[in-house]
Every structure is written in structure tokens, then in C-alpha cells.
Design a protein around this ligand. Structure first.
Ligand SMILES: Cc1cc2nc3c(=O)[nH]c(=O)nc-3n(C[C@H](O)[C@H](O)[C@H](O)COP(=O)(O)O)c2cc1C
Length: 472
């Protein structure tokens, strides 16, 4: 990937960039990143005039705002976990620039940190390549947050005393950004009066700490308080500092979501599946959880981490999915985003089907339970708001309208999953929301191309305003 040197741009452009950056409260580098990202994403597809554009599209959801983090990795055993932390920060829309202390490089390499952060990694205060314009000051200030993980006893002592004799300590002294420390050390080091004094001083100075946790140490047979907080915990703490919790419009609401494909067994080793990745359903679960809902996610087989704070039930087949859905009722809202197989093999082989000379065995199919229709038509326990997904490869709106009429749900989210769209397995989605007017006519809103996270946030915002309207 090519890099861009802002210093080499025309003076007039630089002046314009500085003004824009100041107006938006961003660093010049971040301003350039925003401009490039917007240019790459292109203009949002205009919504057909008969379909109103949701208000949420005019301003991008805050949960997808990109922040930038300078991650200082100290020289402790837990440095290897800092590599995972880079991932956890990036998946929360944070750009990460890494600084490794000299000791940290004994545990992890700058190359690994660069490869994971997709950015150059910094190690040296006296680096001619980055210090020609006081690079340590840029690393200290051209970010929204500094995270130190692992924060060693030594680095905390230096920070508490205001030392600046290497890149990490100089950045920590020169910054005007919030600092989050994740200490990690042997329990005796942590409990040493000197460390206690230093930590108390750092907290008085306004620095935020997370952990350490109790547990086993790397040293054989030792346990106690000193383990670095887990990468996900640190990333959540970073997110809380950068994006303080918003109002939680779905607090107190129970939300049930299905996601992913189902696997329908043919015999003990073979199954019928589809290409659903589960990304859209998982994004909706995370967005509902962030909006304060109590979320149960019933997922088919996917290659995704469980969203933090969500109660996840893993299933394989449509029948198992229905059983878990029914077990999760009653809920206030149910969103069926899973790509449930319509059919399964009528009589599943108890042993692996063998090639015999008798020709190809016929696969007799039988219909799977229709989860969306079953729940939509419940007499008791029907969630007050049932939302289905319609994945179509042709005649999208017509087919979605027909499904809407058949299933008895309240809203349908229709999306085109033909291979050319790259929706199945991809990160973007183009959806149409079908709702019913009071007189029974179907209203279709066509949303512009968005990331699956943005679709999720926008859908949850719509649900929140529906809940508010119907409860007043
Ligand atoms: C194998 C090994 C493991 C270490 N683990 C830790 C640790 O977990 N926490 C810590 O504070 N120091 C640990 N140290 C000591 C630090 O590496 C040492 O204090 C170093 O000066 C820290 O430098 P830094 O703070 O600039 O990264 C360890 C040292 C060694 C040799």
C-alpha cells in the first residue's frame, strides 16, 4: 500500500487541510484519512424518490466513527496479547499506530505489529526517518487516545516521575490526549509499595487504568493479581473513553436474533449448506446490545467471534434453530436474519453413504420448518415486533412483497444476494425495508449501500423509534 507524505503537498493544499482539520477537531493526518475514505466509498446511491431515505443516513452512525489510537507496547510477557489487542481495536473502528519499547521487542517484533496494524511501527526516539518533524510529538498528539499494554512496572514508574528518555516515555509526557494503561506484572511487583505509589500518582494525574486481573502467572506455579486485562476488555475500555455510552434506547427490551446459515445433514459427514457468513445478523446483535437490549443470538455455523455481552446459542440445523428460538421466547423483538435452509434430506443416513456399483443415490428432500412464519403466526408468545429478512437473487422487491404477505411478519428487510453484489460473505449490503402503512399498503424504503455495521445500526435506530412510538 502506498504512503502519502503530507509535507510534500502544495502549501495551499496544506493550509486548506490544516483549516479543515481544525474545523473538525482532527489531526491533519486524520483529516486526510477521512477525505480518502469518503472518496473511496463514493457518493451514496440516491434513493428512489418514492421511497423516503431514512434520516439516519444523513449522518453516519456514531458507532462507526473511526478514532485513532497510539498503542504503546511495553516489555512484558503479555506483549504477545497486545498483537490481539490491535485486532480488537481495529474491529471497533480504531486506526492503530504501534510504539514498541526496546524491551517489548524482546517479546514481539515490530514487523508483527506493523502487519496487524497496517501502519508503520515506531521504536526509536532518535529515528531520523520520523523525527525530522518531531515524530514523537505527532505520535503523542495525532491520535484520540494512547493505550499502554502491557504497562510494565518500569514504564509506569517513568511516567509517574515524568521521564522522557525513550520514545514511549517521551510520548506519554508530551501528550494532551487521554491515556489508558493496562498494567501487567508479577504479583510481587504489582504489590510492591513503589508500584502502588506510582499507580496512585498516575490515577491522580488523570490516567485511566484497567486491570490487572487475578490469575496464573507466566512464572511456573505463581498466581495472584498481575495478569494483563484481556484484549477485549481493554478495547471496550478504550471505546468507553472515546465514545462515552450514548442513551440506550432499547434498555429493558429483549431482542432475539438469528444469524448465519444452517447445515442440514445428509449423513454423519456431509451436509447441505449455503453461503451466508452471519455477519449481518452478528452486526445487528452487537448494535442491539450497544443500544441496551438484552440480546439472544441463535447462530448457525459461522466463523465469527461471539459479540461481547450477547447470549449466543450455537446450532447446526433449521430444526435446532427453531427449538432455540422457541426456548428464547417471550421476547419484545425478533429479527430473523439467518439464511435457513428451506429443505433437508428426508432420511438422513446414520452411516456415511458409500459409492456402490448401484449408481448415484437419490437425495429425497423434505421441507424444513419455516421459523419466520411459525413465530409470526404464534397465538401466544408472539413477539410484538417480528422482522424477517428476504434474500433474493431476482425480482427483489416483488419477491420480498410476496414473502411479506405469506409470512405474517411486521417488517421485512430485503437484500439482493446475487453473486455480483458480493453481499454473501462481504462487508457491505444494500437493503430495502418493507413496512405496512395503517391502511395495509406496503411501504418500501431503499437504503443506500452501507457496511453491514451501518445497516445494523440504522435498523436498530428504526426499531428504537418504533418502540418509542408504540409505547407512548
Ligand atoms: C522474561 C521477562 C519477562 C518480563 N515480564 C515483565 C512483566 O510482565 N511486567 C513488567 O513490568 N516487567 C517485566 N519484565 C521486566 C521488564 O522487561 C523490564 O523492566 C524492562 O526494563 C521494561 O522496559 P519497558 O518498560 O521500557 O518496556 C520482564 C522481563 C523479562 C526478562
Amino acid at each position: 500500500m502506498a504512503s502519502l507524505t503530507i509535507r510534500k503537498l502544495d502549501e495551499a493544499i496544506k493550509a486548506e487541510l490544516r483549516l479543515r482539520a481544525a474545523r473538525h477537531g482532527r489531526s491533519v493526518e486524520d483529516e486526510v484519512r477521512v477525505i480518502l475514505r469518503q472518496a473511496a466509498e463514493g457518493p451514496a446511491a440516491p434513493a428512489p424518490s418514492s421511497h423516503p431515505t431514512p434520516a439516519a443516513h444523513r449522518s453516519r452512525p456514531t458507532s462507526t466513527t473511526t478514532n485513532s489510537v497510539t498503542l504503546i507496547i511495553g516489555g512484558g510477557i503479555a506483549a504477545y496479547k497486545a498483537l490481539d489487542l490491535i485486532r480488537r481495536l481495529k474491529e471497533r473502528h480504531m486506526d492503530v499506530r504501534c510504539v514498541l519499547t526496546r524491551a517489548a521487542q524482546q517479546f514481539v517484533t515490530p514487523l508483527a505489529a506493523s502487519a496487524l496494524s497496517h501502519e508503520r511501527c515506531y521504536t526509536d526516539l532518535f529515528d531520523a526517518g520520523s523525527e525530522f518533524d518531531a515524530g514523537h510529538i505527532r505520535l503523542a498528539r495525532d491520535c484520540d487516545l494512547i493505550v499502554v499494554a502491557p504497562a510494565t512496572a518500569d514504564l509506569m514508574a517513568k511516567t509517574a516521575q515524568g521521564h522522557a528518555d525513550d520514545l514511549a516515555s517521551a510520548i506519554l509526557l508530551a501528550t494532551n490526549k487521554p491515556i489508558l494503561l493496562a498494567p501487567a506484572m508479577n504479583p510481587l511487583m504489582w504489590n510492591n509499595p513503589a508500584t502502588r505509589r506510582n499507580v496512585a500518582q498516575l490515577i491522580r494525574d488523570g490516567i485511566v487504568t484497567i486491570g490487572p486481573n487475578a490469575g496464573e502467572m507466566a512464572e511456573a506455579g505463581e498466581a495472584g493479581v498481575g495478569r494483563m486485562a484481556e484484549p477485549t476488555e481493554i478495547a471496550i475500555a478504550a471505546e468507553r473513553i472515546l465514545r462515552p455510552p450514548q442513551a440506550q434506547p432499547l434498555a429493558g427490551q429483549r431482542v432475539l436474533i438469528t444469524a448465519g446459515p444452517t447445515h442440514e445433514p445428509i449423513d454423519p459427514v456431509r451436509y447441505i449448506a449455503n453461503r451466508s457468513s452471519g455477519k449481518q445478523g452478528f452486526a445487528i446483535a452487537a448494535a442491539a446490545q450497544a443500544a441496551g437490549a438484552d440480546v439472544t443470538l441463535v447462530s448457525g455455523p459461522v466463523d465469527l467471534d461471539d459479540p461481547v455481552g450477547v447470549n449466543v446459542k450455537h446450532v447446526e440445523s433449521a430444526r435446532e434453530m427453531l427449538a432455540q428460538v422457541e426456548a428464547a421466547l417471550p421476547t419484545d423483538i425478533a429479527i430473523f436474519a439467518a439464511a435457513v435452509a428451506d429443505w433437508r434430506v428426508a432420511s438422513e443416513g446414520t452411516q456415511k453413504l458409500k459409492k456402490t456399483g448401484a449408481g448415484i443415490p437419490p437425495l429425497q428432500l423434505t421441507e424444513n420448518p419455516d421459523i419466520l412464519a411459525t413465530i409470526s403466526k404464534l397465538r401466544d408468545n408472539r413477539p410484538p415486533l417480528v422482522i424477517g429478512f428476504a434474500a433474493e437473487t431476482e425480482h427483489l422487491i416483488d419477491n420480498a412483497k410476496a414473502k411479506f404477505a405469506r409470512k405474517g411478519c411486521d417488517w421485512i428487510v430485503a437484500n439482493d444476494v446475487s453473486p455480483a453484489t458480493g453481499v454473501m460473505g462481504g462487508d457491505r449490503n444494500t437493503v430495502h425495508l418493507l413496512t405496512r402503512e395503517a391502511d395495509g399498503t406496503v411501504n418500501v424504503e431503499s437504503w443506500p449501500v452501507m457496511t453491514k455495521d451501518e445497516v445494523a445500526t440504522t435498523l436498530i435506530e428504526r426499531i428504537a423509534s418504533h418502540v418509542k412510538d408504540t409505547s407512548t
